[in-house]
Design a binder for this molecule. Structure first.
Ligand SMILES: Nc1nc2c(c(=O)[nH]1)N[C@H]1C(S)=C(S)[C@@H](COP(=O)(O)O)O[C@H]1N2
Ligand SMILES: [Mo]
Length: 221
């Protein structure tokens, strides 16, 4: 029998788990929902992919695209498209849920996981929120936990093709567990903040968080 006073053996797994616990503030605990809960309340499925935005489509060739990451971070990041794609790439397949009630299943994205971005810019301990700034002047805000969800990414490709201009190319955010207005198209900058700063729709009557399964459509919901 093991001596009770003897500390349990340290294994690589222990250290990895301790590291995950330390990073726990980034985890929302992604819930695997049963199939009958896959479609959030009030949503209907669509097979096509509607285009929704403010009506301006900024045209930014990949060669001119820049991503600025700044604010409450230890290491501000300023990437060209080539520098951005030189980072570790991932592919995620996820569903889209738009607050205007359409949902679209099984979208295949490729890009940089938001967790990789966090590893690169190292948010300060007091960082709690991010604001996404887009080339069309659009902004949207997220808690750091929501931004850091496991399957959230900065996507440059959809179905193995470069993301089209109308859907936010060269690079858009994709945060599958929130309504799609949080997924900023034509991403230009990511600002880390210690205080929340509601974005374009969030100051115009939309919910600050936007969880589709809780039907957080409008402020007050
Ligand atoms: N830059 C930017 N991102 C944006 C928007 C926008 O107007 N500008 N609209 C949001 C809204 S309301 C939705 S529903 C989705 C639509 O993305 P899609 O046109 O690729 O379907 O983009 C979101 N991201
Ligand atoms: Mo939307």
């Amino acid at each position: 029998m093991a001596d009770e006073n003897e500390p349990p053996p340290e294994s690589k797994l222990t250290r990895t788990k301790e590291k995950w616990a330390r990073e726990g503030r980034f985890l929302t605990g992604r819930i695997t929902r049963p199939e009958d809960q896959r479609l959030p309340p009030g949503q209907h499925l669509t097979r096509d992919w509607p285009v929704l935005d403010l009506g301006l489509t900024p045209s930014i060739p990949r060669e001119r695209w820049r991503l600025d990451v700044y604010g409450a971070v230890e290491t501000p990041v300023f990437w060209t498209f080539a520098e951005f794609t030189a980072q570790k790439q991932v592919q995620f397949t996820s569903d889209i849920h738009c607050v205007t009630t359409w949902s679209r299943y099984d979208n295949q994205w490729e890009g940089l996981a938001t967790r990789e971005l966090l590893a690169a810019c190292q948010p300060r301990d007091d960082a709690r929120f991010v604001v996404l700034h887009s080339y069309d002047g659009y902004t949207t805000n997220l808690s750091l936990e929501d931004f850091a969800t496991e399957d959230a990414l900065l996507a440059h490709s959809w179905s193995d093709q470069p993301l089209t201009e109308q859907h936010g190319g060269p690079v858009r955010l994709v945060v599958p567990h929130l309504y799609f207005w949080k997924s900023a198209k034509w991403l230009q900058a990511i600002e880390f903040l210690t205080e929340d700063a509601p974005g374009y729709w969030e100051v115009r009557g939309y919910h600050n968080r936007g969880d589709p399964w809780a039907e957080e459509r409008y402020s007050g919901d």
